[in-house]
Design a protein around this ligand. Structure first.
Ligand code: G4P
Length: 271
């Protein structure tokens, strides 16, 4: 954490625009306050990307964009790093934040930062249109710093070191784990799935009913997992309910977008 902080602070000295990648399904929990703190200290503008917008709930994404764009020095946009048209907008948006930097003499120097699994490698690959980084579903595959030419008058540096978020609230930890920003071994799937269940029962009960063809009245996170286990035949030998399997079914459905467009938090709630 400290070495990542030092490396990022050092790199910022020669950077014009910070591009922070967050997960549009949990923009607050997937932001690293350290990035915000250091870029403000250095007075660098930030292009805040709410990535994976294809999985998030569009009206809530718009609330987050308004929320972030009202902050000084921040421009927020929703993208999907998997959609070339979205990625193609990024250089021009970054340029608008540092209009004094352009051309070969004074190239626009950008840095890409964000917590693991928000889609930085995917975005980087799309930006340079060739694979330079391993894209994987286990967090933190990008480990070393590199600066790449993005064409005439633009460079992009990727985040030096790992940028794990400092998790101050348990709720953030569960949202991050559900969205796979925390490695598989770090948390217990059943517990994470039960927390995710509680959030979705409160926010998106109709999506759960439609996916599993169940009535959600009276259910909480744990009993939802039991119902999913029954519906999906998640049983151990001897007929006992396999909650671990049900948790995996549920988490995979959420992570792949099979449940529908979902955002786990709204801006006002973080206050
Ligand atoms: P990182 O460098 O920040 O750690 O993230 P990385 O690019 O490795 O992306 C993590 C996962 O998120 C990958 O999934 C990637 O495909 C997926 N991803 C990145 N951007 C988007 C997006 O805009 N929309 C969606 N739906 N997914 C995105 P993966 O599990 O490895 O699956 P795969 O798609 O590569 O098979």
């Amino acid at each position: 954490m400290n070495s990542a902080r030092r490396a990022f602070a050092k790199a910022l000295a020669d950077i014009d625009v910070v591009i922070e990648v967050t997960d549009a399904r949990l923009p607050g929990a997937s932001s690293n306050p350290m990035i915000e703190e250091l870029r403000r200290f250095r007075n660098r503008p930030c292009l805040k990307l709410l990535n994976k917008a294809d999985l998030a709930d569009p009206p809530v994404t718009r609330e987050w964009i308004a929320h972030y764009s009202a902050q000084p020095g921040v421009r927020a946009v929703a993208i999907s790093a998997k959609h070339p048209a979205d990625v193609g907008r990024i250089p021009a948006l970054a340029q608008q934040l540092a209009p004094h930097r352009s051309g070969a003499e004074k190239p626009l120097r950008m840095i890409l930062a964000g917590i693991p699994n928000t889609g930085k490698s995917t975005l980087m690959n799309a930006l340079i249109k060739r694979r330079v980084a391993k894209v994987g579903d286990e967090p933190a595959v990008t480990k070393s710093q590199q600066t790449l030419d993005l064409g005439p008058g633009m460079t992009l540096t990727d985040t030096p070191g790992l940028m794990w978020p400092k998790i101050e609230h348990d709720a953030d930890g569960f949202m991050l784990a559900a969205s796979h920003a925390i490695g598989r071994n770090a948390v217990i799937d059943e517990e994470v799935a039960a927390h995710l269940g509680a959030i979705l029962l409160a926010r998106y009960p109709a999506l759960i009913e439609a996916r599993y063809r169940i009535d959600v009245a009276g259910l909480d996170g744990e009993s939802l997992l039991e119902r999913i286990a029954q519906r999906r035949g998640c049983m151990r030998k001897g007929g006992e309910i396999d909650l671990e399997k049900a948790a995996n079914v549920f988490l995979t459905d959420y992570r792949t977008g099979s449940l529908g467009h979902i955002t786990l938090e709204r801006p006002g709630e973080r206050l």
